[in-house]
Design a binder for this molecule. Structure first.
Ligand code: LMR
Length: 396
Protein backbone atom coordinates (compact mmCIF):
# COMPACT_ATOMS: atom_id res chain seq x y z
CA UNK A 1 0.00 0.00 0.00
CA UNK A 2 2.82 2.45 0.73
CA UNK A 3 3.74 2.82 -2.95
CA UNK A 4 0.75 5.14 -3.44
CA UNK A 5 2.47 7.88 -1.41
CA UNK A 6 5.22 10.04 -2.97
CA UNK A 7 8.37 11.28 -1.22
CA UNK A 8 7.84 14.78 0.20
CA UNK A 9 10.23 17.73 0.01
CA UNK A 10 12.14 18.69 3.18
CA UNK A 11 10.26 20.72 5.81
CA UNK A 12 10.79 24.43 4.98
CA UNK A 13 12.16 25.14 8.48
CA UNK A 14 13.46 21.87 9.97
CA UNK A 15 15.00 20.87 6.61
CA UNK A 16 17.43 23.80 6.96
CA UNK A 17 19.20 22.09 9.89
CA UNK A 18 19.92 19.01 7.77
CA UNK A 19 21.26 21.14 4.91
CA UNK A 20 23.35 23.21 7.35
CA UNK A 21 24.90 20.12 8.99
CA UNK A 22 25.88 18.73 5.58
CA UNK A 23 27.65 21.97 4.55
CA UNK A 24 31.45 21.68 4.97
CA UNK A 25 32.17 25.45 4.83
CA UNK A 26 33.88 26.28 8.19
CA UNK A 27 32.35 29.79 8.07
CA UNK A 28 28.76 28.60 7.60
CA UNK A 29 26.07 30.45 9.57
CA UNK A 30 22.78 28.96 10.78
CA UNK A 31 19.91 31.45 11.09
CA UNK A 32 17.27 28.81 10.38
CA UNK A 33 15.27 26.94 13.01
CA UNK A 34 14.03 29.14 15.87
CA UNK A 35 16.19 28.08 18.79
CA UNK A 36 18.01 30.47 21.09
CA UNK A 37 21.81 30.34 20.85
CA UNK A 38 24.50 31.93 23.00
CA UNK A 39 27.61 33.72 21.76
CA UNK A 40 29.26 30.33 21.12
CA UNK A 41 26.34 29.19 18.97
CA UNK A 42 25.23 26.75 21.69
CA UNK A 43 21.64 26.28 22.90
CA UNK A 44 22.21 25.99 26.65
CA UNK A 45 20.11 24.35 29.37
CA UNK A 46 19.02 27.32 31.52
CA UNK A 47 20.55 27.28 35.05
CA UNK A 48 17.06 27.42 36.57
CA UNK A 49 16.08 24.38 34.48
CA UNK A 50 19.26 22.51 35.50
CA UNK A 51 18.44 23.18 39.17
CA UNK A 52 14.85 22.00 38.67
CA UNK A 53 16.16 18.81 37.05
CA UNK A 54 18.24 18.06 40.18
CA UNK A 55 15.23 18.70 42.42
CA UNK A 56 13.00 16.51 40.23
CA UNK A 57 15.53 13.67 40.19
CA UNK A 58 15.53 13.67 44.00
CA UNK A 59 11.80 13.95 44.51
CA UNK A 60 10.24 11.93 41.67
CA UNK A 61 9.45 8.48 43.04
CA UNK A 62 7.22 6.97 40.34
CA UNK A 63 6.79 6.83 36.60
CA UNK A 64 3.13 5.91 36.72
CA UNK A 65 0.81 7.62 34.23
CA UNK A 66 -0.19 11.23 34.66
CA UNK A 67 -3.67 12.30 33.47
CA UNK A 68 -4.66 13.62 30.02
CA UNK A 69 -4.94 17.02 31.72
CA UNK A 70 -1.25 17.02 32.76
CA UNK A 71 0.60 18.30 35.83
CA UNK A 72 -1.74 20.57 37.82
CA UNK A 73 1.07 22.72 39.33
CA UNK A 74 2.35 23.33 35.79
CA UNK A 75 -1.09 24.35 34.54
CA UNK A 76 -1.71 26.71 37.49
CA UNK A 77 1.77 28.26 37.18
CA UNK A 78 1.39 28.78 33.44
CA UNK A 79 -2.09 30.30 33.71
CA UNK A 80 -0.79 32.84 36.23
CA UNK A 81 2.21 33.63 34.03
CA UNK A 82 0.03 34.07 30.97
CA UNK A 83 -3.11 35.69 32.36
CA UNK A 84 -1.71 37.36 35.49
CA UNK A 85 -2.24 36.42 39.13
CA UNK A 86 -5.88 36.57 40.26
CA UNK A 87 -7.19 37.31 36.79
CA UNK A 88 -11.01 37.56 37.12
CA UNK A 89 -11.52 34.85 34.49
CA UNK A 90 -9.54 32.44 36.69
CA UNK A 91 -11.47 33.45 39.82
CA UNK A 92 -14.77 33.03 37.91
CA UNK A 93 -13.82 29.46 36.95
CA UNK A 94 -14.01 30.27 33.23
CA UNK A 95 -10.68 28.76 32.14
CA UNK A 96 -10.22 25.19 30.92
CA UNK A 97 -6.64 24.06 30.28
CA UNK A 98 -4.52 21.02 29.54
CA UNK A 99 -0.78 20.50 29.39
CA UNK A 100 0.11 19.68 25.80
CA UNK A 101 3.10 18.17 23.99
CA UNK A 102 4.64 21.50 22.96
CA UNK A 103 2.96 24.52 21.46
CA UNK A 104 2.38 22.34 18.37
CA UNK A 105 0.43 19.81 20.42
CA UNK A 106 -1.63 22.64 21.91
CA UNK A 107 -2.40 24.11 18.48
CA UNK A 108 -3.44 20.75 17.14
CA UNK A 109 -5.76 19.70 19.96
CA UNK A 110 -7.33 23.17 19.99
CA UNK A 111 -7.94 22.84 16.24
CA UNK A 112 -9.63 19.50 16.95
CA UNK A 113 -11.75 21.15 19.64
CA UNK A 114 -12.77 23.99 17.31
CA UNK A 115 -13.76 21.40 14.71
CA UNK A 116 -15.90 19.57 17.27
CA UNK A 117 -17.71 22.88 17.94
CA UNK A 118 -18.31 23.75 14.27
CA UNK A 119 -16.62 22.04 11.33
CA UNK A 120 -17.86 24.66 8.84
CA UNK A 121 -16.11 27.70 10.28
CA UNK A 122 -12.94 29.24 8.89
CA UNK A 123 -9.69 29.84 10.76
CA UNK A 124 -8.05 33.07 9.61
CA UNK A 125 -4.26 33.27 9.82
CA UNK A 126 -1.94 36.19 9.12
CA UNK A 127 -0.23 36.46 5.74
CA UNK A 128 2.46 35.36 6.36
CA UNK A 129 2.27 33.10 9.38
CA UNK A 130 4.49 30.39 10.87
CA UNK A 131 4.67 27.69 8.15
CA UNK A 132 3.59 24.92 10.52
CA UNK A 133 0.33 26.67 11.48
CA UNK A 134 -1.15 25.51 8.19
CA UNK A 135 -0.69 21.72 8.63
CA UNK A 136 -1.32 21.85 12.39
CA UNK A 137 -4.71 23.48 11.92
CA UNK A 138 -5.54 22.32 8.41
CA UNK A 139 -4.83 18.63 9.10
CA UNK A 140 -7.56 18.75 11.74
CA UNK A 141 -9.90 19.35 8.80
CA UNK A 142 -10.53 23.06 9.29
CA UNK A 143 -10.73 25.54 6.45
CA UNK A 144 -7.96 28.16 6.53
CA UNK A 145 -7.93 31.64 4.97
CA UNK A 146 -5.42 34.45 5.33
CA UNK A 147 -5.80 38.06 6.41
CA UNK A 148 -3.31 40.71 5.20
CA UNK A 149 -0.59 41.36 7.78
CA UNK A 150 2.84 42.33 6.53
CA UNK A 151 4.01 44.48 3.64
CA UNK A 152 7.50 43.46 2.52
CA UNK A 153 8.07 46.65 0.53
CA UNK A 154 7.59 48.96 3.49
CA UNK A 155 8.61 46.31 6.07
CA UNK A 156 5.59 47.16 8.20
CA UNK A 157 2.18 45.84 9.22
CA UNK A 158 -0.70 46.48 6.78
CA UNK A 159 -2.97 47.29 9.66
CA UNK A 160 -5.82 48.95 7.76
CA UNK A 161 -6.03 46.06 5.30
CA UNK A 162 -5.90 43.59 8.19
CA UNK A 163 -8.81 45.24 9.98
CA UNK A 164 -10.83 45.67 6.77
CA UNK A 165 -10.50 41.93 6.26
CA UNK A 166 -11.33 41.01 9.88
CA UNK A 167 -14.47 43.16 9.70
CA UNK A 168 -15.72 40.81 6.96
CA UNK A 169 -15.19 37.50 8.76
CA UNK A 170 -18.25 35.54 9.86
CA UNK A 171 -19.50 35.54 13.45
CA UNK A 172 -17.98 32.49 15.11
CA UNK A 173 -14.99 32.28 12.75
CA UNK A 174 -11.64 31.96 14.47
CA UNK A 175 -8.78 34.45 14.00
CA UNK A 176 -5.27 33.29 14.83
CA UNK A 177 -3.19 36.11 16.34
CA UNK A 178 0.47 35.95 17.42
CA UNK A 179 0.49 37.11 21.05
CA UNK A 180 3.98 38.60 20.69
CA UNK A 181 7.15 38.26 18.58
CA UNK A 182 5.30 37.50 15.35
CA UNK A 183 6.77 34.47 13.60
CA UNK A 184 8.07 34.92 10.88
CA UNK A 185 8.13 38.74 10.58
CA UNK A 186 9.00 40.02 14.08
CA UNK A 187 6.43 42.79 13.47
CA UNK A 188 4.08 43.11 16.46
CA UNK A 189 0.84 45.01 16.96
CA UNK A 190 1.03 48.13 19.14
CA UNK A 191 -1.27 48.50 22.16
CA UNK A 192 -3.55 50.79 20.13
CA UNK A 193 -3.72 48.23 17.35
CA UNK A 194 -4.59 45.44 19.80
CA UNK A 195 -7.43 47.66 21.01
CA UNK A 196 -8.77 47.95 17.46
CA UNK A 197 -8.52 44.17 17.01
CA UNK A 198 -10.50 43.74 20.23
CA UNK A 199 -13.20 46.16 19.06
CA UNK A 200 -13.37 44.36 15.72
CA UNK A 201 -13.83 41.03 17.52
CA UNK A 202 -16.60 42.61 19.62
CA UNK A 203 -18.33 43.94 16.50
CA UNK A 204 -18.05 40.91 14.25
CA UNK A 205 -18.11 38.16 16.87
CA UNK A 206 -14.98 36.32 15.75
CA UNK A 207 -13.10 34.27 18.32
CA UNK A 208 -9.41 35.10 18.85
CA UNK A 209 -7.00 32.15 18.89
CA UNK A 210 -3.81 33.55 20.40
CA UNK A 211 -0.53 31.71 19.84
CA UNK A 212 2.05 32.63 22.48
CA UNK A 213 5.34 30.91 21.76
CA UNK A 214 7.78 33.66 22.77
CA UNK A 215 6.48 35.29 25.97
CA UNK A 216 9.40 37.26 27.43
CA UNK A 217 11.39 37.59 24.21
CA UNK A 218 9.75 40.81 22.95
CA UNK A 219 9.47 43.55 25.58
CA UNK A 220 9.33 41.41 28.75
CA UNK A 221 7.23 38.65 30.35
CA UNK A 222 4.42 40.98 31.50
CA UNK A 223 4.55 43.32 28.50
CA UNK A 224 4.33 40.44 26.01
CA UNK A 225 1.10 39.23 27.61
CA UNK A 226 -0.67 42.53 26.83
CA UNK A 227 -2.62 41.52 23.70
CA UNK A 228 -3.59 38.10 25.04
CA UNK A 229 -4.83 39.58 28.34
CA UNK A 230 -6.74 42.33 26.55
CA UNK A 231 -8.68 39.69 24.62
CA UNK A 232 -9.21 37.45 27.65
CA UNK A 233 -10.38 40.30 29.88
CA UNK A 234 -12.91 41.66 27.39
CA UNK A 235 -14.34 38.79 25.38
CA UNK A 236 -16.52 35.86 26.38
CA UNK A 237 -14.46 33.24 24.56
CA UNK A 238 -10.76 33.10 23.67
CA UNK A 239 -8.51 30.19 22.70
CA UNK A 240 -4.79 30.21 23.53
CA UNK A 241 -1.87 27.92 22.69
CA UNK A 242 1.38 28.57 24.54
CA UNK A 243 4.80 26.98 24.44
CA UNK A 244 7.69 26.63 26.91
CA UNK A 245 10.14 25.65 24.17
CA UNK A 246 11.78 29.03 23.86
CA UNK A 247 11.40 30.91 27.15
CA UNK A 248 12.30 27.83 29.24
CA UNK A 249 14.65 26.43 26.57
CA UNK A 250 12.78 23.11 26.83
CA UNK A 251 12.48 22.49 23.09
CA UNK A 252 12.91 18.71 22.96
CA UNK A 253 10.90 18.05 26.11
CA UNK A 254 7.73 19.22 24.31
CA UNK A 255 6.01 21.43 26.86
CA UNK A 256 2.99 23.52 25.96
CA UNK A 257 -0.48 24.37 27.18
CA UNK A 258 -3.90 24.61 25.54
CA UNK A 259 -6.17 27.17 27.18
CA UNK A 260 -9.84 27.85 26.55
CA UNK A 261 -11.54 30.85 28.11
CA UNK A 262 -15.26 30.05 28.21
CA UNK A 263 -18.37 32.10 28.91
CA UNK A 264 -19.10 30.58 32.29
CA UNK A 265 -18.21 27.83 34.70
CA UNK A 266 -20.71 25.35 33.19
CA UNK A 267 -19.13 25.73 29.75
CA UNK A 268 -15.68 25.45 31.36
CA UNK A 269 -16.54 22.08 32.88
CA UNK A 270 -17.87 20.72 29.57
CA UNK A 271 -14.92 21.99 27.52
CA UNK A 272 -12.44 20.57 30.04
CA UNK A 273 -13.87 17.09 29.45
CA UNK A 274 -13.89 17.59 25.68
CA UNK A 275 -10.25 18.66 25.42
CA UNK A 276 -9.15 15.83 27.71
CA UNK A 277 -11.05 13.37 25.52
CA UNK A 278 -9.34 14.81 22.44
CA UNK A 279 -5.92 14.41 24.08
CA UNK A 280 -6.79 10.85 25.13
CA UNK A 281 -7.81 10.07 21.55
CA UNK A 282 -4.54 11.29 20.04
CA UNK A 283 -1.67 10.72 22.51
CA UNK A 284 -3.47 9.82 25.75
CA UNK A 285 -1.48 12.11 28.01
CA UNK A 286 1.37 14.61 27.61
CA UNK A 287 4.95 13.73 28.54
CA UNK A 288 5.37 14.60 32.21
CA UNK A 289 9.03 15.62 32.51
CA UNK A 290 9.16 19.14 31.04
CA UNK A 291 5.93 20.22 32.70
CA UNK A 292 7.24 18.94 36.03
CA UNK A 293 10.33 21.15 35.61
CA UNK A 294 8.26 24.25 34.81
CA UNK A 295 6.02 23.44 37.80
CA UNK A 296 9.10 23.43 40.08
CA UNK A 297 10.44 26.69 38.63
CA UNK A 298 7.23 28.70 38.61
CA UNK A 299 6.19 27.62 42.09
CA UNK A 300 9.50 28.39 43.84
CA UNK A 301 10.22 32.10 44.42
CA UNK A 302 14.00 31.81 44.14
CA UNK A 303 14.02 29.60 41.06
CA UNK A 304 11.33 31.69 39.42
CA UNK A 305 13.39 34.86 39.93
CA UNK A 306 16.45 33.10 38.51
CA UNK A 307 14.46 31.98 35.47
CA UNK A 308 13.03 35.46 34.91
CA UNK A 309 16.56 36.90 34.92
CA UNK A 310 17.61 34.28 32.37
CA UNK A 311 14.69 35.14 30.08
CA UNK A 312 15.59 38.80 30.38
CA UNK A 313 19.22 38.05 29.46
CA UNK A 314 18.13 36.15 26.32
CA UNK A 315 15.73 38.96 25.39
CA UNK A 316 18.36 41.68 25.83
CA UNK A 317 20.96 39.77 23.86
CA UNK A 318 18.62 39.34 20.89
CA UNK A 319 17.62 42.99 21.10
CA UNK A 320 21.27 44.08 21.04
CA UNK A 321 22.06 41.74 18.13
CA UNK A 322 19.43 43.53 16.06
CA UNK A 323 21.29 46.81 16.50
CA UNK A 324 24.64 45.15 15.80
CA UNK A 325 23.41 43.59 12.52
CA UNK A 326 21.98 46.88 11.27
CA UNK A 327 25.17 48.80 12.08
CA UNK A 328 27.30 46.16 10.32
CA UNK A 329 25.05 46.18 7.25
CA UNK A 330 25.47 49.95 7.09
CA UNK A 331 29.22 49.69 7.66
CA UNK A 332 29.60 47.30 4.72
CA UNK A 333 27.62 49.59 2.43
CA UNK A 334 24.10 48.14 2.27
CA UNK A 335 22.00 50.31 -0.04
CA UNK A 336 18.75 49.03 1.50
CA UNK A 337 17.50 50.65 4.71
CA UNK A 338 17.44 47.89 7.37
CA UNK A 339 16.48 50.11 10.34
CA UNK A 340 13.20 48.20 10.62
CA UNK A 341 15.11 45.21 12.05
CA UNK A 342 15.65 47.23 15.25
CA UNK A 343 11.92 47.86 15.66
CA UNK A 344 10.96 44.20 15.25
CA UNK A 345 10.59 41.98 18.29
CA UNK A 346 11.74 38.61 19.51
CA UNK A 347 13.65 35.87 17.78
CA UNK A 348 12.84 36.57 14.13
CA UNK A 349 13.06 39.27 11.50
CA UNK A 350 12.08 39.31 7.90
CA UNK A 351 15.01 40.80 5.97
CA UNK A 352 12.53 41.64 3.20
CA UNK A 353 14.87 40.40 0.46
CA UNK A 354 13.84 38.17 -2.44
CA UNK A 355 13.83 34.33 -2.42
CA UNK A 356 16.56 34.50 -5.10
CA UNK A 357 18.74 36.59 -2.79
CA UNK A 358 18.09 34.15 0.09
CA UNK A 359 19.18 31.28 -2.17
CA UNK A 360 22.23 33.20 -3.40
CA UNK A 361 23.47 33.96 0.10
CA UNK A 362 23.08 30.25 0.94
CA UNK A 363 24.81 29.00 -2.22
CA UNK A 364 27.63 31.54 -2.21
CA UNK A 365 28.25 32.10 1.51
CA UNK A 366 26.69 29.14 3.38
CA UNK A 367 24.29 31.40 5.30
CA UNK A 368 21.10 29.45 6.03
CA UNK A 369 17.69 30.95 6.69
CA UNK A 370 14.08 30.44 5.62
CA UNK A 371 13.20 31.26 1.98
CA UNK A 372 10.72 33.92 3.07
CA UNK A 373 13.82 35.86 4.30
CA UNK A 374 13.11 35.05 7.98
CA UNK A 375 16.30 35.05 10.03
CA UNK A 376 16.79 33.73 13.56
CA UNK A 377 18.37 36.75 15.25
CA UNK A 378 19.76 34.53 18.04
CA UNK A 379 22.01 32.79 15.50
CA UNK A 380 24.03 36.01 15.06
CA UNK A 381 27.16 36.47 17.19
CA UNK A 382 30.10 38.88 17.54
CA UNK A 383 32.13 36.19 15.79
CA UNK A 384 29.94 35.81 12.69
CA UNK A 385 28.25 39.20 12.25
CA UNK A 386 30.93 40.64 9.92
CA UNK A 387 30.84 37.57 7.65
CA UNK A 388 27.05 37.69 7.69
CA UNK A 389 26.74 41.41 6.90
CA UNK A 390 29.29 41.20 4.06
CA UNK A 391 27.53 38.14 2.61
CA UNK A 392 24.13 39.87 2.69
CA UNK A 393 25.45 43.07 1.15
CA UNK A 394 27.13 41.06 -1.64
CA UNK A 395 23.79 39.56 -2.82
CA UNK A 396 21.61 42.66 -2.49
C1 LMR B 1 10.61 27.90 14.21
O1 LMR B 1 9.66 28.60 13.82
O2 LMR B 1 11.71 27.87 13.64
C2 LMR B 1 10.43 27.05 15.43
O3 LMR B 1 9.19 27.30 16.00
C3 LMR B 1 10.73 25.62 15.19
C4 LMR B 1 9.69 24.94 14.37
O4 LMR B 1 9.17 23.92 14.83
O5 LMR B 1 9.41 25.36 13.25
Amino acid sequence: MFEVLPQLPADPILGLSTAFKADTNPNKIDLGVGVYKDEQGHTPILSSVAKAQTILLEKEDSKTYITPQGVQGYIDGMLQLMLGKNNPVLLADRVAAVQAPGGCGALRILAELIKRCDDTLTVWVSDPTWANHIPLIGNAGLKIETYPYFDKDSASIKFDAMIDCLKQVKKGDVVLLHGCCHNPTGADLTKDQWQVVLETAQQTGFIPFVDVAYQGFGDGLEEDAYGMRLMVNNLPEVVIAASCSKNFGLYRERVGIAVMVTENSTARKAIQTQIQAIARGIYSMPPSYGGALVDIILNDDTLRAQWMAEVEAMRTRMHDLRGLLVSKLNEYGAQKDFEFIKQQKGMFSFLCITPEQVQAVRDQHSVYFVGSSRVNIAGISQANVDTLAKALVSVL
